[in-house]
Design a protein around this ligand. Structure first.
Ligand SMILES: Cc1cc2nc3c(=O)[nH]c(=O)nc-3n(C[C@H](O)[C@H](O)[C@H](O)COP(=O)(O)OP(=O)(O)OC[C@H]3O[C@@H](n4cnc5c(N)ncnc54)[C@H](O)[C@@H]3O)c2cc1C
Length: 488
């Protein structure tokens, strides 16, 4: 190792103590990855991983990175699915997992002040006994951190009714790329001036490091009901989704799973999903007891009208939990069907779900790849799971082509590139499918004003070749795309 490297490690250890810095190759190995499929995103090793426990330490690390002219990549639990936490250009990974304290729960104000490394589910578990929960509930909620949720603007099954992370963040303490510490937003509601909290949520760790989050808590509902409707196929199930929403009912969650998913889940968890169903719809209704009962009846009628062969109602918690276990563990159950899967994430207008699912089936046939479907259907958010075995020659390439095809199809249907997993490195090349060069230049302006040296989580989000303030490359790419010579 060079003297500069040794000097950097020594300075980091002065800030964090010897246990707060990883720098040996074996220790760094795990930080080369996040939850993404290798091949869909590149892996990359940082020079060092810093594990701070205070905001002051985070600020000192960032100032040190500036001094050494090194990039900085924030990292939570590393469950991200778009390569966001991978240190694409090396430098220092700042892992926030040791900043994991819930600093304050205020039931009267319905807020909690937390450090970024708090695990999503642990926040809800800490607040539920006091009458509240933290509504954003990614399926990874047993592992992912609030800091990661903020950076990715994460969603989850219950975000249909309650909104995604941005709807639950009131304020943020942030270490900026030059090492200054600022607060955005706060308890007082809509403060005048630019909405910096809004800009930071979903910014994928490119504008600053979140060191505290003031989040909104949601009151526990008086009553909850879960219904499991079985359909002959995914199209009739997705038609039911549109009808339910069109009837003015907003379920707390509305999740769809296809037959292939049921084949994986049911033998593993015995959730009670009919094995012969083409698809099941899991609808959760919550709120005032009478409303929940009435809406539950309406949902059952709408499901039957659109072809449901059975509707099962679960009002008791153990039965509800079992139905949910099947959904929440669906990805884990895929191991029964395949050694590897690529979890795709796109979103289309709800009414386009039947067309999008038809296209998924066509792509599965065209590429000879089984694709299971798990959907946050109420939001039009598709998660096709492309099943494969990476040991087979050419399998990864086939999966990437199929995935590219799916992305294009959803965009053509009026959809977006990602429903909730972010862009990271996984989809940066595809950004020009939906944004013009001027759109991207406007976004680049925001990045540039926070991070003029472009050293915070570089090579993410914006298409390759982009540098701060430089939009020529983007224009060239947009032109190439128009001419049909754009390659992902
Ligand atoms: C099985 C599985 C299921 C999933 N289900 C869902 C789902 O239902 N909904 C959903 O939205 N996502 C889902 N995800 C994706 C992922 O869990 C979320 O994006 C999650 O919010 C990432 O949190 P993390 O702590 O793991 O962040 P990481 O993966 O460590 O980082 C993600 C991004 O956030 C940035 N970041 C992390 N912490 C900070 C911080 N303190 N300050 C600034 N930037 C930071 C990183 O730089 C990176 O860009 C799933 C993932 C898996 C593996």
């Amino acid at each position: 190792m060079s003297r500069a490297h040794d000097h950097l490690i020594e300075r980091l250890e002065r800030i964090l103590g010897p246990g707060g810095v990883f720098h040996r190759p074996a220790d760094l190995l795990v930080y080369e990855y996040d939850g993404s499929v290798e091949g869909a995103v590149d892996t990359a090793a940082p020079v060092a991983v810093a594990l701070p426990t205070t905001t002051e330490q985070v600020a000192a690390i960032v100032r040190l990175a500036n001094e050494f002219d090194l990039p900085v990549t924030p990292r939570g639990a590393g469950t991200g699915l778009s390569g966001g936490a991978v240190a694409q250009r090396g430098g220092i990974v700042v892992a926030l997992t040791r900043m994991d304290r819930i600093l304050e729960i205020d039931p009267e104000d319905r807020t909690a002040l937390v450090e970024p490394g708090v695990i999503n589910l642990e926040l809800s578990e800490a607040t539920i006994p006091g009458g509240h929960f933290f509504a954003p509930d990614p399926s990874s909620q047993k592992a992912c951190t609030v800091g990661g949720n903020v950076a990715e603007n994460s969603g989850g099954p219950h975000c249909l009714k309650y909104g995604v992370t941005t709807n639950h963040v009131l304020g943020l303490e942030v270490v900026l790329p030059d090492g200054r510490v600022v607060w955005t937003g706060g308890r007082a509601g809509h403060a005048p001036g630019y909405d910096l909290t809004g800009a930071l949520v979903g910014s994928e760790g490119m504008l600053g490091i979140v060191t505290k989050a003031l989040v909104r808590l949601t009151p526990n509902p008086e009553a909850t009901l879960v219904e499991l409707a079985a359909f002959p196929d995914v199209e009739s199930a997705s038609l039911a989704v549109s009808r339910i929403i069109a009837a003015g009912i907003v379920p707390a969650a509305l999740e769809l799973m296809d037959n292939l998913t049921i084949q994986a889940v049911e033998p593993a968890y015995h959730a009670g999903y009919p094995m012969d169903a083409g698809a099941v719809l899991l609808a959760e209704l919550d709120g005032i007891a009478e409303d929940v009962r009435a809406e539950g009846e309406d949902v059952a009628v709408l499901c039957r009208e659109t072809g449901a062969t059975s509707v099962r109602v679960a009002s008791e918690k153990p039965e509800r939990d079992l139905l949910w276990k099947g959904r929440k563990m669906a990805l884990a159950a895929m191991g029964r069907l395949t050694p590897n899967y690529y979890l795709h994430d796109t979103v289309v207008p709800r009414t386009k779900l039947p067309a999008a699912l038809r296209r998924v089936a066509e792509v599965a046939t065209e590429y000879d790849l089984p694709i299971a479907n798990v959907l946050h259907a109420g939001d039009g958010n598709l998660h096709p799971l492309i099943l494969f075995d990476r040991r087979q020659p050419g399998a990864v390439e086939r999966v990437l082509h199929a995935s590219h095809e799916l992305l294009h199809s959803c965009v053509e249907l009026g959809g977006a590139l990602s429903g909730e997993h972010g862009i990271g490195t996984e989809k940066r090349a595809a950004l020009t499918l939906v944004f013009s060069a001027d759109d991207l230049a406007a976004m680049a302006g925001i990045k540039n004003s926070f991070d003029p040296k472009s050293c915070f989580n570089p090579e993410k989000l914006f298409p390759a070749g982009y540098r701060c303030g430089e939009v020529r490359a983007l224009r060239a790419q947009a032109l190439a795309q128009k001419l049909g010579i754009y390659a992902m």
